[in-house]
Design a protein around this ligand. Structure first.
Ligand code: NCD
Length: 310
């Protein structure tokens, strides 16, 4: 089978088809069944550069663990402090240099378009690890994988996206990912944080989406509830943030009428939107989702850095 990920930049979920994603997901399971020797040969001698201009826990650590899991090595920074960026080095120069040190580059940057810009400069493939509020394609891959691993398919599922649908990059990428399948989507956000018009223009005739104000009225129908944090750092006005913070709180009372099979997901970090009392319920799948990040990213790196599939 030809490998659509080989040496390819991973900039947007829009660039990958449903069959590309199927290959990515089936490779996860194949890697997990390999014995240690074979698994750690997949990226032996290869170097991944992690350039994080913005904070990260899961994306950075899961990419690192993924690369180690398949035998590769990692370089990079988590903070521009202590790098030449602090002395005024441009993104373009940093990318040119790191391109010569590594086999693939992950860039997380607060500016929209930064990953695309880096991909034009680098010869090696660039992975968008989150660019402003624009895109977070590998998180969408993790989210779709987590839903499929549990539910077997996405078609026909009732999926609610709850919280900051305007500034959240994970929601943006996930919606374009979900639009490759045919679920029923419920968008639950305060008026100030509804999805951007661009998404309506692109997806209104591709996928069933309904905007509603509260989760209570649909909780009994839901198969998946994807909760997000209000992106405080991207809401332009602190007074606006104060108005919307705490708009949706997921607690035991809310899930009283939920289906037994409801999955609650969250890209994390959470800052109060899901109460910790939910953690011990059968609905809580967000830590499993974070753990899937390692497996999914190992699959992605293996396909990007080896032409032959497993
Ligand atoms: C998200 C991000 O950075 O966009 N985190 C992640 O990568 N899992 C979500 C967020 O910060 O709210």
């Amino acid at each position: 089978m030809s490998n659509p990920f080989y040496q390819k930049d991973i900039l947007s979920i829009k660039d990958f088809s449903k069959s590309d994603l199927s290959l990515l997901f089936s490779t996860v399971n194949k890697i997990e069944t390999l014995e240690f020797e074979k698994r750690t040969r997949i990226c032996r001698g290869k170097i991944l550069a992690n350039l994080f201009y913005e904070g990260s826990t899961r994306t950075k650590l899961s990419f690192e663990t993924a690369m180690l899991h398949i035998g590769g090595n990692i370089i990079g920074f988590q903070d521009t402090k202590g790098t030449a960026i602090d002395k005024g080095e441009t993104l373009s120069d940093t990318i040119k240099v790191v391109d010569g040190y590594s086999d693939a580059i992950i860039l997380r940057h607060p500016t929209e378009g930064a990953a695309r810009f880096a991909a034009e400069i680098a010869e090696k493939p660039v992975i968008n690890g989150g660019s402003g509020s624009e895109e977070h394609p590998t998180q969408a891959m993790v989210d779709l994988y987590t839903i499929i691993a549990e539910k077997k398919e996405i078609n026909g599922l009732n999926i609610a996206l709850v919280g900051d649908l305007k500034y959240g990059r994970t929601v943006y990428s996930l919606l374009y990912g979900l639009a490759k399948y045919s679920p029923n989507i419920f968008l639950v956000a305060p008026p100030q944080l509804k999805i951007r018009n661009e998404i309506h223009n692109d997806l209104d005739n591709k996928i069933k989406m309904v905007e509603i104000d509260d989760v209570e009225s649909i909780i009994d129908k839901l198969d998946v509830m994807y909760v997000t944090r209000i992106q405080k750092e991207r809401v332009p006005d602190p007074a606006e943030y104060e108005k919307v913070k705490g708009s949706y709180i997921i607690d035991n009372k809310l899930v009283e009428n939920a289906k037994d099979s409801l999955m609650i997901l969250h890209p994390l970090p959470r800052v109060g939107e899901i109460k910790s009392e939910i953690d011990n319920t059968k609905y809580a799948k967000y830590f499993e989702q974070a753990h899937n990040g390692k497996k999914l990213r190992a699959s992605l790196l293996s396909l990007m850095l080896n032409e032959e599939t497993i």
